[in-house]
Write a protein that binds this ligand. Structure first.
Ligand code: GRF
Length: 204
C-alpha cells in the first residue's frame, strides 16, 4: 500500500510543461520513480504538456508511461487565448505543482496569478543575473567566474520570482556556450528534483 492508497489521502499531481528536449522533465520523472514519490509522498507526474508537437521530451514522457498532450501555441490568436487553453489542459489534473521545464513561452499575468504558489521554473543562470535568453553566452561575454542555475517561484515578471535553490559552476577559460551549458545542465538535473521533492514534502 502506498500513501496514495490510504483513506482520506489524495494524490498530489505534478504537471510538467516543456517545449524541447525535456531533460529536466526526465530528471524529475526519474527521481520520482527512484525515490518512490508515490509511495512516500503520494505524488506523481500526472501529465506532460508541450506547446510544440515536435518536442523530443514528449517521447521520453510516453516511454515512462506518462500522459502527454500538445497545446500548440500556433493555433491561437493571442497569448491570452493560448494560456486559457493551456490552463484548461493543466487544470484537468488538479495539480499540486506545475513545473516549467524548458517551457519557452512568456506567460500572461492571468496565467501566473491562477497558479500562484504552485508554479515553479528552472532558469540556466544565477538569478537575478541574466534573466531571459542566451544566458551562457552572456555569462561568458561578461567575464563571469561563475555561472549556474536557479529554481524559483514564477511571478509575473520574467525570471524574477523568489529563489528556491541555486547551484553554481565555474566558468572555465576555454568554455564555449555549449560546454558551459552542459556543465550547468548537470546541476539543473540535480537541483530541480530536489526542490520539487522538498515542496511535495512540505505539502504532504
Ligand atoms: C534548460 O537549460 C532550462 O533551464 C532552460 O532550457 C533548457 C531546457 O532543457 N530553460 P531541457 O528541455 O530541460 O532539456
Amino acid at each position: 500500500m502506498s500513501a496514495a492508497d490510504l483513506p482520506g489521502t489524495s494524490v498530489q499531481n505534478l504537471v510538467i510543461l516543456i517545449s524541447g528536449n525535456g531533460s529536466n522533465m526526465q530528471a524529475v520523472i526519474e527521481a520520482a520513480a527512484r525515490e518512490n514519490w508515490l509511495g512516500l509522498l503520494g505524488a506523481r507526474v500526472a501529465a506532460v504538456i508541450s506547446n510544440k508537437p515536435e518536442a523530443a521530451g514528449l517521447g521520453l514522457a510516453q516511454q515512462a508511461g506518462i500522459a502527454t498532450e500538445v497545446v500548440d501555441h500556433r493555433g491561437y490568436g493571442s497569448r491570452e487565448a493560448f494560456d486559457a487553453a493551456l490552463m484548461q489542459s493543466i487544470d484537468r489534473h488538479a495539480p499540486a505543482l506545475v513545473l516549467l521545464a524548458g517551457f519557452m513561452r512568456i506567460l500572461t499575468p492571468g496565467f501566473v496569478r491562477h497558479y500562484q504558489g504552485r508554479l515553479i521554473n528552472i532558469h540556466p543562470s544565477l538569478l537575478p543575473a541574466f534573466p531571459g535568453l542566451h544566458t551562457h553566452r552572456r555569462a561568458i561575454e561578461a567575464g563571469c567566474a561563475q555561472a549556474g542555475a536557479t529554481v524559483h517561484w514564477v511571478t509575473p515578471e520574467l525570471d524574477h520570482g523568489p529563489i528556491l535553490a541555486q547551484a553554481a559552476v565555474p566558468v572555465l577559460p576555454d568554455d564555449t556556450e555549449q560546454t558551459l551549458a552542459a556543465r550547468v545542465l548537470e546541476q539543473e538535473h540535480r537541483i530541480y528534483p530536489q526542490v520539487v521533492r522538498q515542496l511535495l514534502t512540505d505539502l504532504s
